[in-house]
Design a protein. Sequence first.
Length: 392
Amino acid sequence: AVTAPIEASNAKVKENEVPFAGFFSHVVEQRLLGPGSQTPLPRMSPASAQAMYQTSLGTAASVIDHSVAKSTLHRRYVVGEEFTTWLSQLPDSYPHSMLYARPEDLLCFMDCFWLERHGGSILPGCSTLVPYPQGVDSAFSHLSTLFEQLGRGGELPGSVSCPYGYSKVHALVAYLDVEARRASDPVKRISFLRDAVSILHAWETAYRGNEGGKLCLPDLHTPNRVQLYPNGYDPSVPMPEVLLSLPTHGTKTKKKGRVYQAPAYIKLHPQPAVCLLSHLWAFQQMCYLSGFPIRHYILRPSTYTQKGFREAPYSGCLFTKMVQIHLKAIQLFNHETAHSFRRGALQAAAQAAGPSQSAQLAVAAAAGRIQTPAVAQLYLHPERHLARLGRE
């Protein structure tokens, strides 16, 4: 295939020519296909061309891997290796490779092998260590990607989060506000307000669950990029009408600190019931007045005794579990996860951009700090989660 004549390949392309889609077409035509766009280079010898192709194809895997965060790539291969190792112990009549694995093999692997080895937390209502729901969802997502790379495409159960709509966000926050007013215990009251702030922050900024949970005081800046609380939380500092959020701890795709991050702008909402700034100000004041002042992390998990708060980030897995509990309480649960806020927020932002597909992609990419249009397109797909819900 490497030594096949280039002319035959070009002829096949012209015969089955497909126009470029989306907003790249004009740029591609001007930059690559327009007059004077090609600068001729000295013709290579057949031997040099064959050696170049063999060398490049040998390192193609590393080029593809470079497009994925190293931590994500590591977790993907770990669960794939675990699945392959588990398959190798089965009798001869069973598949021994992911190339031939069946859905029942995958489900049996998760139930008999993976779940037993990845318990990491005591969730509300559980007395033993169990995997976080988002951990199971991530394992399915990683395996789905590996199957697709092996030529066996298709989403696996639990690999796509159902997006939120604005009405559900509004209903959740309204419920949490009422529960916070009813709660007599200050820890429970603060916990309800924390979840309301977490939900509004996830919706307004479109951060991933773990990224939003790491929100801390040094992340908050005025529009002039001056820290709002340079010397720790000060209850006398008024909340500005526009707040900049710059993640100190980096994000999934940009591990470095705030200097390298695109800011998330949080503006005063005309409706106080769903205003993130109003809820954030009230939440910080409540923590201060109740004897649990915020020192670094803003959205802190409660202690195991439920009598205080740990100085730790609010993990995306725990956030998912708590939101699901709230959704079930108001009978609106539809298999959402923490990532559902990001999908719903980007889809809402794209719809507000108008009918133009190029404008929708550009707005979604900017709102989600996404670098490639292909990834933005996946977030905007309106039905990716339906196959998952059909299986469940």
